[in-house]
Design a protein around this ligand. Structure first.
Ligand code: S3P
Length: 433
């Protein structure tokens, strides 16, 4: 049955235009947190208006930081590392794992006391990965069943520095430990063997040693926390939905401006190019510490590709939409080493399989990935696709639906507000020809 929360997506005869794109979500979170820790003012332009970064703004306000929002800009009166207060209320992280994991590091490091809560999805995601290192640093963390939010965090003794080889390639975990380390007299060291997104290191200008097979990152109280006054790039992860839509659709040309080009984020661009996607990248430039460029994609004849464990961290959020691209490739593609997808806003491998099954695709799901038998003539059966309240699943299902012959329904479609509030308007804009 169709509910008012569902969205109907019509097949598209043409896809053409320039979507508005939201600002980068990962950088938005970090910019407001780091601006709060800076002693002084920051003005951040093109700040994301999506729900997740807004959760971070609200939490930073509860920690005593004055933040003004106007249109797509925010002004932050940074209180410095020692100016944060213990909040009177719970810190509501909403649906945002980045908010919960990064702020846990800040609270443990600063020695404030706070309880962090989240929505149903966030409350079912493991927090063990941050609880272990923060406990080793001296935090006392009470978590539901020892693993899940609500997390009550306080610290009684002195902050202990940590030497931390990352057990999984997670930027949230890396950032959590480095942020706690910023409050320590002695340096905390994080050792990374598979590179994950590096916005934290870039924006905080942390001390890094690059070695042949690893990256060693230090943080301590000696690090100056710079003001965060820059323009945030548009979100590559949001752009990836249109990159795939443009590549798989037979009548498409889509252009996007000032898209984030951080190499630790945009492996999907290289993967699509390896699939033979017609993508041009122009006017490479920098916005603050981050590279950006303009990108155009047009209808392509896609070849199959494999995504392996080493590639996964740099395209982790794009895997659901890359799987959609694989459906239209001329042969079999395989994704392996992507078990982390089971720990996202929903189990994204299971959610994806459910959609592919309804669409009539030929595929096989594994514990750590999926194999997809593509076909350039594939026409998805129309269906009632379940978003599982997960923004990236909803948007992937919407792009797939554009390729059908009949309208499809996407359940709980408003969940796209988590990262891309204008998604449905942009879809309308591109298909209205
Ligand atoms: C993020 C890191 C990734 C990513 C998430 C945002 C970040 O999560 O999936 O959407 O901003 O640091 P993990 O660190 O759990 O891989």
């Amino acid at each position: 049955m169709k509910s008012s929360m569902d969205k109907e997506v019509q097949p598209a005869s043409v896809l053409r235009g320039s979507p508005s794109l939201p600002a980068d979500k990962s950088i938005s979170h970090r910019s407001v947190i780091f601006a709060s820790l800076h002693q002084g003012h920051s003005t951040i332009t093109n700040f994301s208006t999506a729900a997740d970064p807004h959760s971070t703004i609200c939490c930073m306000r509860s920690l005593g930081v004055n933040i003004q929002e106007k249109d797509h800009s925010i002004k932050v009166e940074g209180v410095g590392r020692d100016g944060l207060k213990s909040p009177d209320e719970d810190l509501d992280c909403g649906n945002s794992g980045t908010t919960m994991r990064l702020l846990s590091g800040i609270i443990a490091g600063a020695g404030t006391t706070a309880q962090l809560i989240g929505d149903k999805s966030l409350s079912s995601r493991t927090m063990q990965r941050i609880i272990d290192p923060l406990t080793d640093m001296g935090a006392q963390i009470d978590a539901r069943d020892g693993d899940f939010a609500p997390l009550h965090i306080q610290r009684n003794g002195k902050l202990q520095p940590l030497h931390f080889p990352l057990p999984i390639p997670s930027a949230q975990l890396k950032s959590c430990v480095l942020l706690a380390g910023l409050f320590g007299d002695d340096p905390t060291t994080v050792i990374e063997t598979l590179p994950s997104r590096d916005h934290t290191e870039r924006l905080l200008q942390l001390d890094i040693q690059e070695q042949k097979d690893k990256k060693i990152i230090h943080s301590s109280r000696a690090d100056n926390i710079p003001a965060q006054s820059y323009r945030i790039p548009n979100d590559f992860s949001a752009a990836s939905f249109w990159l795939v839509a443009g590549a798989v659709h037979p009548e498409a040309k889509i252009s996007m401006k000032a898209v984030g080009m951080n190499p630790t984020r945009n492996a999907a661009l290289e993967i699509l190019k390896n699939m033979n996607a017609e993508i041009t990248v122009s006017d490479r430039r920098k916005e603050g510490a981050e590279p950006v460029a303009d990108i155009t994609v047009s209808s392509s004849q896609l070849q199959p590709v494999d995504i392996t464990k080493e590639m996964v961290p740099n395209c982790i959020d794009e895997i659901p939409i890359l799987a959609v691209a694989m459906l239209f490739a001329d042969g079999t593609s395989k994704i392996t080493g992507a078990e982390e997808l089971r720990h996202k806003e929903t189990d994204r491998l299971a959610a994806l399989s459910d959609i592919l099954k309804k669409a009539g695709a030929s595929f096989m799901e594994f514990e750590d990935g999926i194999e997809i038998h593509g076909n350039p003539d594939f026409t998805p059966q129309q269906g009632s696709f379940s978003s599982e309240h997960d923004h990236r699943i909803a948007m992937s299902a919407a792009v797939l639906s554009l390729m059908g012959e009949q309208p499809s329904q996407i359940s709980n479609a408003a969940c796209t507000d988590i990262s891309y509030p204008n998604f449905w308007d942009d879809l309308q804009l591109l298909t209205n020809w």
